[in-house]
Design a binder for this molecule. Structure first.
Ligand code: SIN
Length: 528
C-alpha cells in the first residue's frame, strides 16, 4: 500500500493503455494499441474465456458493403438512418459504414473466415431494415463465435487478465489517471493515461435477455461515476425473437433474424401473421416495429408467446446450427414445429457519449462497442451493425488511446474509498421488466424511479456487488431518460404517448451527480 493510493490500493502497476472488456471492440482496440508498441493491459471480469462476451453469442452476422456489388455506402447509410428513428448522427454513420470493408479485411488478416457462396465470394444474407443482402456470416449462424475466436487467437500474446473487476475509472480534474481494480490479490491500481471502456451492454437490467451474464451496464456506470454523460439510453432494443422455453430468466437463446431473411415467418398461436399490415417490410421490418407488433399481439390474445415458423427454410440445420441446437436443447425440432419466441432485451442503442474515434469528453477516457453512443444507432440499431461498429470504432479507439498516451505525462492516481448506491438485483430486474420493457408509460416508469430512490450505498466488495451497483446506476439513467421522453420513437414505446413528437428529435443526455441522482442535460452533440 502506498500514499499515492490514499490507503485503498494494495498493489500498483503501470500501463500505457488499459482496455476493459474482451469482446470485438475491446480486442480490436487492444490489438491496435499493442501493434503500435504500447504497454496494453486488458481486463476481463470473467474467469472463463468461453461465452464471456456478447460478441461470442452474435448470430446473424456483420453488415458490410462489399466492393463490386450492387450495394453502396449510401444505401447502407440510408437504411441505418431509417431504422434509427431520426436520432442517428449521419456523419458518424457514414464514417463508420465507410470503414467497414477495411475493418473486415483486417479481421480476415487476423484469421476470421466467413461463409462462402462460391470460392472467393462471401455468402450474403438479409435482416430486418436492410434493403439489400449485405450481411456476411460465419459457421451459418455462429458469426460472433468466429469473430471472437479470431480475435482471441490474435490477442493470445497480449496481457489479458481474467477475474479482474474494474471498480472505478480514476481521474484528476483534467484527465484519466488509471483504473481501480479488484482481483484475487485484492484491490489495486493500474496507473495509465488512457483507459478504453469496452464492457458491452446492460441486458441484465431485465429478467430475461439474450446477453451473457456479464452484461450488467458496467461501462455505463464507470463513466457515470466518473462524471461523464451518457445518451440515448432509453432506447433499449428488444430482439423480436428470443426463444421462449417456459424458463424464467437469465440469458436465453437468440433466434437469429437471419432466419426471417431466409423465409421464416412470424405467426401467432392461430397461425395468423403478426406483422401483416404493420409495415411494408412485413416480418423484415426494423426490429423495434416487429418487437412492438409481437408485444401488441400478446397483449390482445393473452398468449405467452408467438411462433417463428422456420419449417420452410432450406437446409435449416446446416445453415442455422446454433439455433437448431438451442431449439433441440429445449425439446423443439424446428424442422417440424414452429419455434416459440418472445421479444427479449438485446442491445443498448445508447451509451457513453463518444465521437467516432471513441473519445469521451474526459481526455484519456475512450469507449467503444455497445457501451458507447457514437450516434451510429440513434433510436434503434439496424441489425448486424453492432459487430461492424465494434470493429471499426474499437480499432480507432485503440489508435486514439495510443496518441493520447504519447502526449500525456505519467499519471499518479489518487483513490478515495467509494461506496455506490445499490438496489437488490432481482427486485430491480422485476421492476424494469414490468415497467420499462418494450412498452412503457409514465406511471410505471415513475414506480421504478421511486424504487431506485430507495437504493442505499454499499461497498464494492466483489464482482456481484460491482455489478449490482452498475445495474442500479444504469437503470437510474435509463429510467430518467425514458421518463423525459413523452413520445414513441424507435425502440422507446410509450403507451401514454404512442406517436413521435417531431420537436423531440434529439438525444437525451444524462449525468449522475455525486449522490447518484440523474440529471438531464443539453441534447447530445458531437462531444469532442
Ligand atoms: C440476429 O442475429 O438476429 C442478431 C443480430 C444483431 O443483433 O445485430
Amino acid at each position: 500500500m502506498t500514499p499515492s493510493c490514499g490507503g485503498v490500493g494494495h498493489w500498483q502497476q503501470r500501463a500505457d493503455v488499459v482496455v476493459v472488456g474482451t469482446g470485438v471492440a475491446g480486442l480490436a482496440a487492444a490489438l491496435a494499441a499493442h501493434r503500435r508498441g504500447r504497454r496494453v493491459v486488458v481486463l476481463s471480469k470473467a474467469v472463463q474465456r468461453e461465452g464471456a462476451t456478447a460478441t461470442f453469442y452474435a448470430q446473424g452476422g456483420i453488415a458490410v458493403v462489399l466492393p463490386r456489388t450492387d450495394d453502396s455506402i449510401a444505401a447502407h447509410v440510408a437504411d441505418t438512418l431509417a431504422a434509427g428513428g431520426g436520432l442517428c448522427d449521419a456523419d458518424a454513420v457514414t464514417s463508420i459504414v465507410a470503414d467497414g470493408y477495411a475493418a473486415i479485411t483486417g479481421l480476415v488478416d487476423d484469421g476470421a473466415r466467413f461463409d462462402e457462396a462460391a470460392p472467393g465470394r462471401w455468402s450474403l444474407t438479409r435482416e430486418g431494415g436492410h434493403s439489400r443482402r449485405r450481411i456476411i456470416h460465419a459457421g451459418g449462424d455462429a458469426t460472433g463465435a468466429e469473430v471472437q475466436r479470431a480475435l482471441d487467437h490474435a490477442a493470445a500474446h497480449l496481457d489479458v487478465r481474467r477475474d479482474h473487476v474494474a471498480l472505478q475509472v480514476l481521474r484528476d480534474d483534467t484527465a484519466v489517471t488509471g483504473v481501480l481494480v479488484r482481483n484475487e490479490d485484492g484491490l489495486g491500481v493500474i496507473h495509465a493515461p488512457s483507459v478504453i471502456l469496452a464492457t458491452g451492454g446492460l441486458g441484465h437490467l431485465f429478467s430475461a435477455t439474450t446477453n451473457p451474464e456479464g452484461s450488467t451496464g458496467d461501462g455505463v456506470a464507470l463513466a457515470l461515476w466518473a462524471g461523464l454523460p451518457v445518451a440515448d439510453l432509453e432506447f433499449v432494443q428488444f430482439h423480436p425473437t428470443m426463444l421462449f422455453d417456459g424458463r424464467a430468466g437469465g440469458r436465453r437463446p437468440l433466434i437469429t433474424e437471419a432466419l426471417r431473411g431466409e423465409g421464416a415467418i412470424l405467426v401467432d398461436a392461430r397461425g395468423e401473421s403478426v406483422t401483416a399490415g404493420v409495415h411494408p417490410m412485413g416480418d423484415l421490418a426494423p426490429r423495434d416495429v416487429v418487437a412492438a407488433a409481437i408485444d401488441r399481439r400478446l397483449a390482445t390474445t393473452g398468449d405467452a408467446c408467438v411462433y417463428l415458423d422456420a419449417r420452410g427454410v432450406e437446409d435449416f440445420a446446416r445453415r442455422f446450427p446454433t439455433v437448431a441446437a438451442a431449439c433441440l436443447a429445449a425439446g423443439i425440432d424446428a424442422t417440424r414445429t414452429p419455434i416459440p419466441v418472445v421479444p427479449g432485451a438485446h442491445y443498448s442503442c445508447g451509451g457513453v457519449v463518444t465521437d467516432v474515434d471513441g473519445r469521451t469528453e474526459l481526455p484519456g477516457l475512450f469507449a467503444a462497442g455497445e457501451v458507447a453512443r457514437t450516434g451510429m444507432h440513434g433510436a434503434n440499431r439496424l441489425a448486424s451493425n453492432s459487430l461492424l461498429e465494434g470493429l471499426v470504432v474499437g480499432r480507432r479507439a485503440g489508435l486514439a488511446a495510443v496518441a493520447h498516451a504519447a502526449d500525456a505525462p505519467a499519471p499518479r492516481a489518487v483513490v478515495d474509498p467509494v461506496r455506490r448506491r445499490t438496489l437488490d438485483r432481482s427486485e430491480l430486474q422485476r421492476a424494469m421488466t414490468r415497467h420499462a420493457s418494450v412498452v412503457r408509460d409514465a406511471a410505471g416508469l415513475a414506480q421504478v424511479r421511486d424504487l431506485l430512490d430507495t437504493a442505499r450505498p454499499r461497498d464494492l466488495t466483489g464482482r456481484a456487488a460491482v455489478e449490482d451497483a452498475a445495474l442500479t446506476a444504469a437503470a437510474t439513467a435509463v429510467v430518467a431518460a425514458a421518463l423525459d421522453r413523452p413520445e414513441s420513437r424507435g425502440s422507446h414505446h410509450r403507451a401514454d404517448h404512442p406517436h413521435p413528437d417531431p420537436s423531440r428529435a434529439m438525444s437525451t443526455v444524462v449525468r449522475l451527480d455525486a449522490a447518484g441522482v440523474a440529471t438531464i442535460t443539453a441534447p447530445a452533440q458531437a462531444c469532442c
